[in-house]
Design a binder for this molecule. Sequence first.
Ligand code: GTP
Ligand code: MG
Length: 308
Amino acid sequence: MGNDEGLWRKLRAGLARTQERITERLGAALDLPASLEAETAEELEEALIAADLGVATTGLLIERLRERLRRSDVGRPERLREILADEIERLLTEGPAAPTPDAGGWPRVTLVVGVNGAGKTTSIAKLARREQLAGRRVVLAAADTFRAAAIEQLVLWGERLGVEVIRQAAGSDPAAVVHDAVHAARARRVDHLIVDTAGRLHNKEHLMAELAKIRRVIDREAAGWTVRTLLVLDATTGQNALAQARAFLTVAAVDGVLLSKLDGTAKGGMVVAVARELGLPVLHLGVGEKAEDLVDFDPREFAAALVR
Ligand SMILES: Nc1nc2c(ncn2[C@@H]2O[C@H](COP(=O)(O)OP(=O)(O)OP(=O)(O)O)[C@@H](O)[C@H]2O)c(=O)[nH]1
Ligand SMILES: [Mg+2]
């Protein structure tokens, strides 16, 4: 599904704070014909680290900019801004080809994981909306049975969107909810079953055991379906989100990341850090609290929006 121009405008607006932070430090330097004076390089480095690109990635980026500028003595007055966007795009696209959001066959199950408050439930509503717009049938499973309010929140989204939510009482076995949901999805010939999970359980072992149990039920009951685990990370938590992601990766295998709350944070560089430092493909960006506020990730658009 192509990205709507309005959403990219929204993403650019969302990234404005990151972009301002980068450009206000560098001012005119970014618009000069390519040159990287020591002072500019230092400012740029600070700005990129402040945007949460990560120290290692920032170092690599500065190194590549220098090298590129050394080589580009061909006389074409490239602006530093363009070269920077180019190199950020390169950082995001090198390495093994990232799966696109719709790669793999249908029907599919997406297990949505992430720590408390990361934006899982809201993001599920956005993903459901995205599927509706693509003409696909979707069912949601309220497998975060840890809190009654979590179930209610998903049910409310289901009512708003006109999407069925499979639920049981709070405190029931999440794997049993998923079992029911797979059967409901099959009976209704649904294309995509999206599963909400609890971010916090009593401890890491408990969480790991629960996710593994859900996964076993899916593998058994939805044999032959495409199964994806999508990790939701809150961009506003910066480097802390990376640490949380690393912890999560010890609990469950993850296929891709949805980075939420990119609207109005100055930490847009998180997208680069997730891709580089976790080696996980970024598939979607959350840019608001409404069901429409989801953008499929595009490295070129993103890099341009970051340094504009
Ligand atoms: N601005 C903004 N807010 C968001 C975004 N995504 C989620 N939120 C808000 O973040 C808060 C937490 O979102 P939830 O979807 O409830 O997060 P969760 O991971 O399901 O939380 P738990 O169920 O408590 O683990 C809510 O107030 C959402 O409206 C986003 O992309 N942008
Ligand atoms: Mg939730």
